[in-house]
Write a protein that binds this ligand. Structure first.
Ligand SMILES: [Zn+2]
Ligand SMILES: [Zn+2]
Length: 188
């Protein structure tokens, strides 16, 4: 069946190295796949510009997907991206914390109005507790808790940075490229 198909479609030689295929779907010489599955579900030669079954336009598609520009992960760049993400998130979290703390302090000194922010409420609560010895203990616990938060923030930032790098390097996008191409081809 495979041999008949290749004869019908005229693909009896590798599109790349011109080696005789003899009905094989992979080139015995260079190992390239000679067929792809079209949108219509039929197997068509990789070199075919138009699907002989449904007429889909394949002329703009990349013929060889295995030979992608960056199949290897650049761990140095990944680490740097993760580090930058962690730093940026840490700075943003620090600024947010400073703002919330200052707001909480201000509202405490003037009127005892409960702020809408939960974090600020916690801040206020800890401040009023701080006048007692239990409050001092609470503060110590809070210090530890805030350290844990710093680590969590760093982790989140590093994760975001890593994802940003992966997306930019095309490592994630490559998986979706087939579907985006499909949409583009249909729109044409
Ligand atoms: Zn070949
Ligand atoms: Zn087709």
């Amino acid at each position: 069946m495979g041999a008949v198909d290749s004869e019908e479609l005229g693909a009896d030689r590798c599109y790349k190295c011109d080696a005789a295929l003899e009905g094989a779907e992979m080139c015995p010489q260079c190992g390239r796949k000679q067929y792809r599955v079209c949108y219509c579900g039929e197997k068509i030669p990789v070199a075919a510009r138009v699907c002989p079954y449904c007429g889909a336009d394949w002329s703009h598609s990349h013929r060889v997907r295995h030979k992608s520009r960056s199949s290897k992960l650049d761990y140095k760049k990944l680490a740097r991206s993760a580090g930058l993400g962690a730093l940026a998130t840490l700075v943003a979290a620090g600024l947010t914390n400073i703002v919330i703390t200052s707001i909480a302090r201000r509202s405490l000194s003037s009127h005892q109005v409960m702020p809408s922010s939960f974090l600020a409420r916690v801040e206020l609560a800890l401040q009023s507790l701080g006048q007692t010895t239990i409050g001092a203990m609470q503060r110590a616990i809070d210090m530890g808790a805030s350290l844990v938060w710093v680590f969590i923030v760093i982790l989140i930032g590093a994760g975001l940075g890593a994802v940003t790098y992966l997306a930019r390097s095309g490592f994630i996008r490559r998986r979706r490229s087939r579907s985006t191409h499909k949409r583009r081809t249909r729109a044409e």
